[in-house]
Design a protein around this ligand. Structure first.
Ligand code: UDP
Ligand code: MG
Length: 153
């Protein structure tokens, strides 16, 4: 099964949406395998948003991500990367469709509630960036046979 990284951004914490967002992933049937609150730093953000470092607005994004602690989560499931990304919705909250997290809770490109890994390869890199091995847990998910068919497992 795949594991993917979700970051509940400072705007999610400040707006009191932690429970709402986690509730969605739980109800979907994803398994929470790791979770911690942390304060992001310039160094980790330069790495995490390497594709944006040269943009004129990088400082604005960095300041926004450092504005308060964030909560990093690991969610596990079949095709979890694509499932979580679809649940997050497109980057711009004003264009994200209703029913997605960004579509339901965000009015902004920047303040868009969550980060979600965008590919299986990126998810592995991002998991290693934010979690130590002993912070990610392997344990039985007892409803598996009610979440998936035999041939999907
Ligand atoms: N971002 C922004 N302005 C932009 C592009 C990105 O503020 O023009 C912020 C936004 O918070 C976004 C993050 O930088 O979530 C990472 O950008 P990316 O293009 O990777 O979007 P995502 O993968 O989060 O949808
Ligand atoms: Mg991205």
């Amino acid at each position: 099964m795949e594991k993917t990284l979700v970051i509940l951004k400072p705007c999610c914490l400040q707006r009191g949406l932690i429970g709402e967002v986690i509730h969605r992933f739980e109800r979907k049937g994803l398994q929470l395998c790791g979770m911690k609150m942390m304060q992001l730093t310039d160094d980790i953000l330069r790495e995490h948003y390497a594709h944006l470092v040269e943009k004129p607005f990088f400082k604005r994004i960095k300041d926004s991500m450092e504005a308060s602690p964030v909560i990093v989560c690991c969610w596990k499931g079949i095709d979890a990367v694509q499932v979580v990304r679809a649940m997050a919705g497109p980057t711009n909250g004003r264009q994200a469709p209703p029913g997605t997290i960004r579509g339901d809770y965000s009015m902004s490109v920047q303040e868009n509630i969550v980060h979600a890994s965008d590919s299986v390869e990126t998810a592995a890199i991002e998991m290693a960036r934010f979690f130590n091995n002993d912070e990610v847990f392997e344990f039985n998910q007892y409803q598996l046979e009610f979440l998936y068919a035999n041939d999907e497992l």
